[in-house]
Write a protein of this length. Structure first.
Length: 149
């Protein structure tokens, strides 16, 4: 009887060990599936981030190209303005009729039109004014002579 009891007890321990092992395997498989889903979600997020980075790099390239085009255009306009100003000064210096025209006073209304004077949006430094309309700083008559530059 002791022998039978030992066999039954051994079989019970073996069954309990097998049941415990099966439950552990089932739990681990569930954990594995959860982790696989987690990995898939992270991979999708990584791909979305990579696409976003690629789009942002494209936007940066477009922006940089636009800045380069703008800078080139500004440089061309500055060169054109400098050439025009040189030609204007040369014409005033070399041509009597242009020199007489240049000596005519510029009305205060013209200063205001170009953002100069006390009522304009930009006053004082001559920024944005047409050639010959620089502020003399006298604050007086509201009329400036071009030869006062």
């Amino acid at each position: 009887m002791n022998r039978l009891l030992a066999i039954v007890a051994g079989a019970a321990v073996l069954c309990l060990a097998l049941w415990w092992q099966a439950e552990t395997i089932k739990d681990l498989r569930g954990n594995l599936e959860t982790e696989r889903r987690s990995v898939a979600t992270l991979e999708e997020a990584r791909q979305a981030n990579a696409q976003t980075i690629a789009l942002l790099r494209g936007d940066i390239k477009v922006r940089d190209d636009a800045i380069i085009r703008r800078d080139r255009k500004v440089e061309a306009l500055e060169r054109e303005q400098a050439a025009s100003l040189r030609a204007y000064k040369e014409e005033v210096q070399n041509d009597e009729a242009t020199r007489a025209w240049d000596a005519v006073p510029v009305p205060a209304a013209v200063h205001r039109l170009f953002g100069k004077g006390g009522t304009g949006a930009r006053a004082g430094d001559g920024a944005g004014a047409a050639p010959g309309l620089a502020d003399t700083g006298d604050g007086g008559s509201g009329v400036e002579r071009r030869d006062q530059r």
